[in-house]
Design a protein. Structure first.
Lengths: 263, 295
């Protein structure tokens, strides 16, 4: 399938959002709000829930479904307080030895005056650094759109999975076309060049697993995720914490490492 | 616009040059004067060079390349460069990227957008990275990410502080997700260096944006900035297009970040070496070791 078709599918309005995944993957979910510094960011939902019989910390980006909820959720584009809220929950997960599930679906971290004033770059950077050292298992799943740094800020994990029709990209194809070629009509070409589909990213080892989807019915997706998450957490919880963080470091260390370079 | 004072100085300078060079061919630098982008006043290139490439009239910091920067802060001839040979390849076969890399290499005289190595600053041993703006605007691809990771790993192994100068347009989109992954990779290396109790001093210069701001630029134990440097996650043009408003003057400049609490201090070039030296001393970084800065 052409890359741009995947982009359209990933952004489709009828596609399940973070909240749908929370409802279908976990039981007894309790949402916990706020970053304790500035406010609560509705673009990221954080809380606790049961994955079968295992308590887990859940962090999900939420785009919203209706116009009203999309505005409330800022279309899934988080401010720094959203990333700080996520980090606070992740640090609590470490304290209470709970695995962490991150559900990624955002066109990117928000670009605006408030976001810059409150240190969007700083908030993302802190998440990258701290997630690298958390001594509990982390699994990130790209469920829709994985938009650059705003997605990666929840994507430093032991394993990164991706739904079949999700995309994960360094820049939106629109942004790439307008910056590189000063021509917004080249969006489709840009989508191809950026290698943003699940299949491309599996080949580049940016993601570890593709969850196949039948996009009319997500039941199979939820079932596969539930079992997969549970097994992965069981496996990673058995590791020594130092081994776990060592594996996570090596997972990201490999990109562009000298040994793998062709010349 | 051309004031009286403008002609006074060049006259002397030229005369002086003329007198000494009369017997040989006259040597006139190709770029005798530069106009300051901030106050529009002309200054002699030689005056600028003697003044850390800072406008003597208004204090504007001209953009300079990585090696000029390095020579301003380290003890002479102490830099030992590492991994100079690393250069990028077009792994995603991105259209036009090969040509861009070739041009950037010719234009910048560097193999990639950052140089790394060890040196001495007032006899303190340090590891350094300095980004190069003339190489594709210091954008971060796999090689930039790898070199920064390598210097933090080296510094961890040899228990050295890292001094890092950033200038970058962000992640290099021609390398796709492999460029974005460098944000996580470098952050991991910094985390390890930090957990070992070692110092990382970041100095942000104009402009530091995008994926570099959202990773190693903002991960310093101490973050300094050059006066008026643009420091942003999303650049001003992107924000103006998103919110469709003009941004206030001084928005995302170093002074603005200082006010909002995201940088520790603004340090002009003229006192950078002294400031770094003082911070190294205050952190108990040892002096001495062999002459060439290697360990």
């Amino acid at each position: 399938m052409e890359a741009y078709k995947r982009v359209a599918l990933a952004r489709k309005k009828s596609r399940p959002t973070g909240q749908d995944f929370i409802d279908n993957l976990f039981t007894d979910f309790i949402e916990l709000h706020g970053d304790r510094c500035f406010g609560d960011d509705p673009a990221i939902i954080t809380g606790l829930g049961l994955l079968l019989d295992m308590p887990v910390t859940v962090i999900a980006q939420e785009r919203g479904k209706t116009t009203k909820s999309r505005i409330k959720r800022n279309f899934g584009s988080a401010h720094p307080e959203g990333y700080r809220k996520a980090l606070r929950q992740m640090q609590l997960a470490e304290k209470f030895n709970r695995p962490i599930v991150c559900l990624i679906d955002t066109s990117g971290a928000f670009c605006g005056i408030g976001a810059e004033e409150r240190g969007q770059g700083h908030a993302i950077a802190q998440n990258l650094m701290e997630m690298m050292g958390l001594k509990v298992p982390i699994l990130s799943i790209i469920i829709g759109e994985g938009g650059s740094g705003g997605a990666l800020a929840l994507g430093v994990a032991d394993e990164v999975w991706m739904l079949e029709n999700a995309i994960y990209s360094v820049i939106s194809p629109e942004g790439c076309a307008s910056i590189l070629w000063k021509d917004a009509s080249k969006t489709k070409e840009a989508a191809n060049c950026l290698k943003l589909t699940a299949q491309d990213l599996l080949e580049l080892q940016v993601v570890d697993k593709i969850i196949s989807e039948n996009h009319r019915d997500f039941k199979n997706v939820y079932r596969e995720l539930k079992i997969g998450l549970y097994k992965s957490f069981q496996k990673n919880q058995a590791l020594e914490p130092d081994q776990l963080t060592q594996n996570r470091y090596q997972r990201f260390r490999k990109y562009g490492a000298i040994e793998s370079r062709s010349e | 616009m051309l004031s009286k004072g403008l002609f006074k100085k060049p006259k002397n300078e030229l005369e002086a040059q003329h007198r000494t060079k009369r017997k040989t061919d006259p040597v006139i630098p190709s770029e005798l004067c530069r106009s300051c982008p901030s106050c529009k006043q002309l200054s002699f290139t030689s005056d600028l060079e003697n003044n850390f490439h800072v406008c003597p009239k208004c204090g504007h910091h001209f953009r300079i390349n990585a090696r000029q920067r390095l020579n301003m802060i380290i003890d002479p001839d102490t830099f030992v460069e590492q991994h100079h040979e690393l250069s990028s390849s077009n792994r995603l076969a991105f259209p036009g990227y090969d040509e861009k890399l070739e041009q950037a290499t010719l234009f910048s005289h560097e193999n990639e957008g950052v140089i790394i190595g060890t040196a001495k600053i007032s006899d303190h041993k340090v590891a350094l990275f300095v980004m190069e703006a003339t190489f594709m605007m210091g954008s971060m691809g796999q090689v930039v990410g790898e070199k920064i990771t390598l210097i933090f790993e080296y510094a961890l192994k040899h228990r050295l502080p890292v001094i890092g100068y950033t200038v970058s347009g962000g992640a290099r989109m021609q390398e796709g997700m492999l460029a974005l992954m460098q944000m996580a990779k470098t952050s991991g290396a910094i985390k390890r260096h930090s957990d070992a109790g070692l110092l990382y001093l970041a100095i942000l210069t104009d402009p530091t944006t995008g994926g570099v701001t959202a990773s190693f630029a903002m991960e310093g134990d101490i973050i300094l900035a050059e006066p008026e440097a643009l420091i942003a996650f999303a650049g001003p043009r992107v924000i103006e297009q998103t919110i469709r408003q003009r941004l206030p003057k001084g928005f995302q400049r170093a002074e603005f970040l200082l006010e909002k609490g995201f940088v520790d201090a603004i340090v002009p070039r003229s006192i950078q070496k002294e400031t770094i030296k003082r911070l190294l001393t205050l952190h108990g970084i040892p002096k001495g070791g062999d002459q060439n800065g290697s360990i």
